[in-house]
Write a protein that binds this ligand. Structure first.
Ligand code: ADP
Ligand code: MG
Length: 804
């Protein structure tokens, strides 16, 4: 989208064409045609113009218009084109969407055509637009209707490759540009030469000439030749003599076809406004979007940061419709992409700043929402004018106002803007505020964006000129912050300072007053003491505080009009049906308790010494919300329990030391137990691992080796006494007996385990735990020895020892 020729692809054809047509002959024909056209300029009668053909226009222009279905000129085109062709300076004013672009592009093309302008002639026409998007749009319209002409045109806007533009600047005949970039070329580019400029056009002229561009425009005009034609167009045209003088326009022709019209806004634009509280705006907007998923909606907000935040958070909430955001701080490529996307799509919501309020011709916009009160009537007209465009274009506008901003409605109505109040159907207003809050708590970057949005809005209100409508002191900033998901409202420093200084002034006044009163009182009553000063100051001071807070006018949800159409959140059809709506108090509206944080050291000490305050009192909660006892924190010692009973948690160091010593004993025991258990667990794991490594499998399924002692060291009784018939059954039985025994509550598992791992030691010491372990083989020995005589038993014992 950098500069380009209007007709680059046709250049070769043109050259071929020339081969068969002698240049002289063509030139003579052209001259004759031009003369014929020019001769008719002075006899153009706007009222008699029915189609573009009725204008004395070149065939190339007429063909270009026809190709794009521009057959019948609009009012402004009919009235302005004739004067412009006559070479007059024009001050054109016509409603938004009434076709002003062609009203200046057609005479511009014709002028260069009649002057037989070529590439070698340099810059012949400059069109200045306040925004890049509008410049792009004008450039596109020029390409469409002027592509049959041989002029080259360049789009000179910021955010593009300056070097690229610089090199080609001298070949351009028509420049469509933004003021800043044009001046940059004038200042820095040696190839830039506009000394032969024929025509200068300012689209959205009042905006180009206002304070924002004042210095730039003055510098630009200084560089332009004074002998030129100048056309100014806008829906809200400047008539300021000062502005006209700046452009050296002494007697411009004022063309305003709609001056006598009943309204200054498009005929088929339905305009509405609602009054809502600041903390309702966000939810109303969300509800509106949810109720208009199949529509094309454009939402205007005061600042880039508001647009950014609203876009980001609404995207996360997934409303079910495409969302876009357009604002100045975006990268140029992104701006272009978003602009194109909004033009192309039909079910989409675009959040934008006033960047998009001027001139942009988005097709088929259903709704324009002015989320924040416009700065002035002009801004309102331009914003609202993004819908109901073109011939018979329809659309709806909604202006959202805070109660104290309603004053602007009077100004609008005085300026011939038909706007009606509608009422919000509160039953359809909803916003997943909890979800927003949790999204913000999870995403610190998003939270910062929200905080910035909040601050930027407050600042924008603070900086507004019209203090009757924009009064930052009347904003319930806390409620506003909470309504956009900020649980902790950011501190607005400048407001805080203002409030503080105002309060301080009041307090000083009150103090002086109080002291005076006291002095008089003291004169009457000698018993008065210092506390009287507080007594006098406090109530007066409190009143001062509440007074500033309560100044926020309350919004009353009376006279709600009910609409049968379920899709409509806003109600316009039946008026004056009064339904009282009880608005359930939102949790967020309830005052939040402030966290009492001690502000200085004295306060900290006071807090510690407060017997009601238990320091380090931490309560743990489980997953199900139940309190989980922390045994570390349990007071075990008698001394400690006595401390609790007496509530003597103070700064008595001696007592605290005693308590700690007592508690220390219990802590040590607990520590030893824990170490033991840990060792036991480690050993068990080691053993399991070892067994797995050896590939041993227990015959008793899941029962592992650790569940029973290793008895492999005992002599095999079968070898001693020969095999027994019921051997297999006995074996099973005894092992299960053992297992039962081992699982009994009395069995000391840990100790047994330790013994089990030391079979040889046990053998050496002859220390067999007979009581707890009674394996089959041992019992057999016992049984056999019981039936023997002493000598026989001795012999058996000897034999056993030998065999081992
Ligand atoms: P304005 O600059 O007055 O706001 P635009 O020049 O952007 O209006 O034109 C608004 C819309 O009207 C555009 O979509 C444009 O294509 C269309 N338009 C302009 N002139 C005509 C015409 N003579 N016939 C049909 N449509 C037109
Ligand atoms: Mg326009």
């Amino acid at each position: 989208m950098t500069k380009d020729s209007i007709k680059p692809q046709n250049n070769s054809n043109r050259k071929k064409h020339r081969l068969f047509k002698p240049k002289k002959k063509r030139s003579a024909e052209e001259d004759a045609a031009i003369q014929y056209l020019q001769a008719q300029y002075n006899s153009i009668l706007p009222d008699q113009i029915k189609t573009f053909k009725d204008f004395p226009l070149s065939q190339k222009t007429l063909k270009g218009l026809k190709e794009n279905n521009f057959i019948t000129p609009t009012d402004i085109q009919r009235q302005a084109i004739g004067y412009a062709l006559q070479g007059k300076d024009i001050l054109g004013a016509a409603k938004t969407g009434s076709g002003k672009t062609l009203a200046f592009l057609i005479p511009m093309l014709e002028l260069l055509f009649c002057k037989k302008w070529t590439r070698l002639d340099g810059v012949g026409a400059i069109v200045i637009s306040p925004t890049r998007e509008l410049a792009y749009q004008i450039y596109e319209t020029l390409r469409k209707v002027g592509h049959l002409h041989d002029f080259s045109a360049g789009l000179i806007i910021g955010g593009q490759n300056l070097k690229f533009e610089r090199k080609r600047m001298d070949q351009m005949n028509i420049l469509i540009c933004t003021p800043g970039r044009l001046l940059q070329h004038m200042d820095e580019n040696p190839l830039f030469d506009c000394s032969h400029l024929q025509i200068l056009v300012l689209d959205e002229a009042d905006r180009c000439l206002d304070m924002g561009f004042e210095a730039t425009m003055n510098a630009i005009v200084e560089n332009l030749p004074p002998k030129r034609q100048t056309l100014l167009f806008s829906a809200t045209q400047t008539k300021s003599v000062k502005d006209l003088a700046r452009l050296s326009l002494s007697f411009p022709t004022y063309v305003a076809p709609h001056e006598q019209a009943a309204t200054v806004t498009p005929e088929f634009l339905q305009q509405n406004y609602i009054i809502c509280k600041i903390d309702e705006k966000f939810s109303i907007l969300w509800s509106f979007i949810k109720n208009h998923l199949k529509q094309k909606v454009l939402v205007f907000m005061s600042t880039c940061k508001q647009v950014k935040y609203t876009y980001e958070i609404f995207c996360k909430l997934r409303p079910g419709v495409s969302l876009l955001a357009l604002y100045g701080t975006l990268h140029q490529e992104k701006r272009e992409r978003i602009y194109q996307e909004f033009c192309r799509k039909s079910n989409v919501v675009l959040f934008a700043t006033d960047l998009a309020s001027r001139g942009l011709d988005f097709p088929r916009v259903n709704w324009v929402i002015q989320y924040d009160c416009p700065e002035d009537v002009e801004t309102y007209i331009h914003r609202a004018g993004r819908t109901a465009r073109g011939v018979m274009g329809k659309g709806d506008g909604l202006l959202m106002l805070l109660p104290h901003e309603e004053k602007i409605v009077e100004d609008l109505q005085k300026s011939k803007i038909p706007i009606n109040q509608i009422f919000v159907d509160t039953s359809k207003v909803m916003l997943p505020l909890r979800k927003i809050e949790s999204l913000l708590s999870d995403n610190s970057e998003l939270k910062k964006t929200a905080q910035r949005a909040f601050m930027s809005y407050i600042k924008s209100i603070y900086l507004m000129k019209n203090k009757d409508i924009f009064n930052v002191q009347l904003l319930d900033t806390d409620a506003f912050a909470r309504s956009i998901g900020l649980i902790v409202p950011p501190v607005v420093k400048f407001m805080y300072k203002q409030n503080k200084s105002a309060t301080e002034d009041k307090v000083t006044e009150v103090e002086n007053d109080a002291v005076e009163k006291l002095i008089t009182k003291k004169g009457n009553d000698e018993k008065s003491d210092e506390s009287d000063l507080d007594a006098v100051i406090e109530p007066v001071f409190k009143v001062t505080e509440t007074k500033t807070k309560k100044e926020v006018p309350l919004f009353d949800f009376h006279n709600v009009i009910v609409d049968s159409d379920e899709q409509n959140l806003f109600l316009v059809k039946e008026k004056n049906v009064s339904i009282d709506v009880v608005v359930p108090p939102d949790e967020d509206d309830l005052p939040r308790k402030k966290i009492d944080t001690p502000s200085n050291k004295t306060a900290v000490v006071k807090k510690i010494l407060d017997p009601k305050v238990k320091l380090n009192n931490k309560v743990k909660f489980g997953d199900d919300g139940e309190v989980v006892a922390d045994e570390k924190k349990d007071i075990k010692s008698d001394l400690g329990k006595q401390f609790i009973d007496e509530s003597v948690f103070t700064l008595d160091l001696e007592k605290t030391r005693e308590l700690l010593e007592e508690e220390d004993k219990f802590d040590k025991t607990r520590f030893r137990e824990r170490v033991k258990a840990k060792h036991k667990e480690q050993k068990r794991k080691l053993k399991n691992k070892k067994k797995e490594d050896d590939g041993e499998k227990d015959d008793f399924g899941s029962q592992s080796e650790s569940d029973g002692p290793d008895l492999s060291w005992l002599p095999d009784p079968d070898k001693l006494y020969g095999p027994k018939e019921d051997d297999q059954t006995d074996d099973t039985k005894s092992d299960s007996e053992y297992s039962e025994n081992n699982n009994s509550p009395e069995s000391k598992v840990s100790e047994d385990d330790q013994e089990v791992h030391r079979p040889h030691k046990r053998k050496q010491n002859g220390d067999i735990p007979q009581k707890s372990i009674k394996p089959r083989k041992l019992r057999k020995i016992e049984d056999v020895s019981a039936s023997l005589s002493v000598n026989e038993a001795e012999a058996l014992a000897m034999q056993l020892l030998k065999s081992k």
